[in-house]
Design a protein. Structure first.
Length: 331
């Protein structure tokens, strides 16, 4: 009872110091920097009387909060109420690894429970869609995505714990909490003209059957499956299906094709081919031809055949020349 009463008095004094939002000058043993990557988690170790300064990633488009998973040393779990954790804002100077003296406003304080782990959730945007978790303690919304750093401090608030407590640090894992959205990035490749220059002609984009205009070829979308279509009077229509994952960028590659008709041959290697009376080299690759009527003549040894086609823009044509061999068996 005496220990609990002592802690209550100490905690009351700590709270009264910052009543009314006045700045508090304090010293930490060490500042542990925890730069959070744009994807994934970061884990650091901090002792009693240390501070953890979390810096946000450069791209916070999908970030709506942070989850702190703290593993509590076994020795401290047996001394409930001996260590407090708190959040600070308006810090000077800016948190740095070699800085130990600060002035700031304490926004909240609470004690480490007599458990082996502690889970805290800190929102960074309002409103948010952070799911309620009965095993996680919500922290007050005192930071934003524009905050320079999130300052989380441990401090000893009660005497009587073993002197070797500093040998067992807290293990703090910082986990981003993302919105259920992602980014689509469109990568367009244009066909080239006869001079080898890209044919950068206009086209229209339909996303999930709605005409859209992209900014810098990007758009934020809900997670799930989406459809994109490219329609143009200058290129062939293209349609792709893609999936958006939370807080990730999905690149959709589309190579536009000239609307002019193409022709492709499948024929024996020694075939001589005439297109509209002009001999052309045999190739298995498709090539562009003008729209309209065309006559193709094939010569293979003593065999000759002629085929006519009417080429239409937006269509591809494949002519397959096959020579049948008939075998007849007689008695």
């Amino acid at each position: 009872m005496k220990r609990a009463g002592t802690f209550t008095l100490v905690l009351s004094i700590l709270l009264s110091i910052t009543a009314g939002g006045f700045g508090e000058t304090f010293r930490v043993h060490k500042t542990v920097m925890a730069p959070m990557p744009e994807t994934g988690n970061v884990t650091v170790e901090a002792g009693i009387n240390d501070a953890v300064a979390i810096t946000l990633p450069q791209d916070t488009t999908f970030l709506q909060g942070i989850e702190l998973d703290i593993k509590i040393p076994d020795v401290l779990s047996r001394y409930y109420g001996s260590v407090a954790y708190s959040l600070y804002t308006a810090l000077t100077p800016m948190p740095a690894e070699n800085t130990i003296n600060y002035t700031g406003t304490r926004e909240m304080i609470d004690t480490i429970p007599g458990l082996l782990s502690l889970n805290l959730t800190l929102p960074l945007v309002e409103p948010n869609t952070i799911r309620k978790n009965p095993y996680s303690i919500p922290l007050p919304s005192v930071y934003t995505l524009n905050s320079s750093a999130i300052f989380f401090r441990f401090q000893l608030v009660m005497k009587g714990i073993p002197e070797d407590y500093e040998k067992e640090p807290f293990v703090v894992t910082v986990k981003p909490v993302y919105v259920d959205r992602g980014r689509m990035e469109l990568d367009i490749t244009y066909p080239t003209d006869e001079n080898g220059q890209p044919m950068e002609l206009p086209y229209t984009i339909f996303l999930d059957e709605q005409m859209v205009t992209l900014e810098n070829q990007r758009m934020i979308l809900d997670t799930g499956t989406h459809h994109i279509s490219i329609l143009s009077d200058h290129f062939r229509n293209e349609t792709r299906t893609f999936t958006i994952e939370p807080a990730k960028t999905t690149v959709v590659d589309i190579s536009l094709r000239d609307i002019a008709p193409t022709l492709q041959f499948v024929a024996p290697h020694n075939t001589v081919i005439f297109l509209d009376g002009q001999e052309i080299p045999y190739t298995k690759e498709a090539f562009v031809i003008p729209q309209g009527d065309h006559t193709i003549r094939f010569i293979v040894g003593d065999y000759e055949t002629v085929k006519t086609i009417q080429a239409v823009n937006g269509r591809s044509y494949v002519i397959n020349l096959s020579l049948d061999v008939e075998v007849t068996e007689t008695l």
